[in-house]
Design a protein around this ligand. Structure first.
Ligand code: SF4
Ligand code: SF4
Length: 339
């Protein structure tokens, strides 16, 4: 892996150059009550090149939005329709390593047993620039334990690591090499002292934090060795607000519906998920998950057991968004600790 250095001034020039090469430049900016959100800053130039913490809503929202039109239905009677394609070229800047890992996991899901063209094409047309974490984004975050921080291991074109004098730049995928080639005057070789400074900072983040033995955890869950009272307690506290699935960067479930006006309209998808009673409801009002505790159990099982089996890694990246939003104070982190 190539490692370079860029000053803060040159990073501003790089961002200006990158904006000319894309339709949307999705970057962190401050909104409302000082919250960090990802938004298109191509024209308002409100992006934060460096920032503390993480965004409230993950960048997943740009690749799998809450609602997304898929087809224009020209005529139901004649079975005539045409796909609605999103051909925008997006550059994502400043994504945290946990969210980079989440998007990579989502790509595996959407390019696995079935190919989901809307997601896959948007992902392939996107370029991802990661910003490594120099400190935890919040007390509840446990990305380091879930192998998802403080640096991304893959899935980025460039990864920036902030140091006192500027940024170290790890060059990842081929788009990263192309960006460097096209902007070579902005980069210099990284010095050993700078690399050492970054290593000390990053080591500080992982100090005292052990990677969770997620294979063991998955096995315990698969063998159903947990006390039933754990699920009872979770079930009593869940109020089905859906905050967890709305904010989770790796939730990929959706439903499909048609919006018709006479013979024509649109087919769209909407994010759906385990906490809802209707999510797995079948004909005759039957559901295999009738209780809150069953449905949140499914959420945890998916992240910590099924996906470990499927991808060799959990699909919880330890971002803590679900913990921070849950009105029932349900914590997947505490759950892991009690297993
Ligand atoms: S955020 Fe908490 S209360 Fe809301 S659906 Fe998720 S587990 Fe239930
Ligand atoms: S389950 Fe919770 S902590 Fe894990 S990735 Fe999803 S929102 Fe983040």
């Amino acid at each position: 892996m190539q490692r370079l250095f860029i000053t803060s001034e040159n990073l501003k020039i790089l961002v200006a150059n990158l904006k000319k090469s894309c339709d949307e430049f999705i970057a962190p900016k401050k909104e409302h009550l000082d919250d960090i959100v990802f938004a298109d800053t191509k024209n308002d130039h409100a992006e934060l090149l460096n920032y503390e913490g993480n965004s409230v809503i993950s960048p997943r929202a740009f690749l799998l939005p809450q609602t997304e039109e898929l087809f224009e239905i020209k005529s139901v009677k004649n079975a005539s329709f045409s796909p609605i394609e999103d051909k925008k070229k997006r550059i994502f800047y400043g994504l945290r390593p946990c969210d980079i890992k989440a998007l990579t996991l989502m790509r595996s899901f959407f390019s696995g047993d079935f190919i989901d063209l809307p997601y896959q094409e948007k992902y392939e047309r996107s370029t991802f620039i990661a910003l490594a974490c120099n400190r935890l984004c919040c007390d509840e975050a446990f990305c380091c334990e879930m192998d998802a921080g403080p640096v991304a291991k893959e899935g980025y074109a460039l990864q920036l690591v902030a140091i006192a004098k500027g940024y170290l730049v790890d060059v990842g995928a081929k788009e990263g090499r192309q960006i460097v080639r096209e902007n070579k005057k902005l980069f210099t070789k990284a010095k050993a002292a700078d690399a050492k400074e970054a290593a000390v900072t990053l080591r500080g983040m992982t100090k005292g934090r052990k990677r969770i033995d997620y294979k063991k955890l998955a096995k315990i869950m698969k063998e159903d060795k947990l006390k039933p009272s754990v699920w009872d307690d979770i079930g009593l506290r869940c109020v089905v607000c859906s905050g967890c699935i709305t904010l989770c960067p790796t939730c990929s479930c959706f439903g499909i519906a048609d919006r018709l006006d006479g013979d024509s309209g649109t087919r769209f998808r909407y994010c759906d998920g385990c906490p809802y009673a209707g999510f797995t409801r079948m004909a005759g009002e039957n559901t295999p998950f009738p209780l809150h505790k069953d449905r949140i159990r499914r959420f945890f099982e998916h992240k910590l057991n099924i996906d470990v089996e499927r991808y060799g890694t959990p699909s919880c990246v330890g971002c803590a968004r679900c913990i921070q939003t849950c009105p029932g104070n349900i914590s997947i982190r505490k759950f892991i600790d009690t297993v």
